[in-house]
Design a protein around this ligand. Sequence first.
Ligand SMILES: [Fe+2]
Length: 209
Amino acid sequence: MSHSQCYPFINTPLPYEYSALEPYIDEKTMHLHHDRHLQTYIDRLNAILKDHPRLQSWTLEKLLQNWCILSCDLKVPVRNNAGGVYNHQFFFDSLTPHCPFLPSLHLVQEIHSQFCGFDRFLTLFKESALAVFGSGYAWLVLEKRRLKIITTANQNTPNLQMQTPIFNIDVWEHAYYLKHYNERAAYVDDWFQVLDWKKADERFEGAMM
Ligand SMILES: [Fe+2]
């Protein structure tokens, strides 16, 4: 995902084939999720910004860090749609068909240390993902050089001025309903299998520098 992108936002291709995450995340879900759900947020965000030239040079991050100072008619639409774009791009960019889980990664060692064991972290993260009521996301973020599991509702994002996202899971039903129906727990288990630990480690290392 490009941090320098601004209006008009475009739907960049996935960094892997739609079918690449099979059997964990099915091809049809990836098509619908990327080509329709994410595209809709991009289209809405562009439509909102079309008549506001002052905001057209703002990146997604700037929109998300400053939506609360926008005029009343723009606040909620910008937060929802810029959030929808950011959260989805981050989600897709956090996955890989190559599953490069490496216990030696600095991030994995830090998780082990801060959460009293890697398995305990996985349990806590899954519990958080399951605890999101309705639609939203669970995240691993870095705040003041400490890792934290947080959740956000709807298309809200982490506080990007305080927190550096490391990875997220989209727990809106559209992310898993075709394969898992209402079984979010089974989806979370599958999602763990395609999480890009190397990318997550790069984000962690970048934020710790
Ligand atoms: Fe989604």
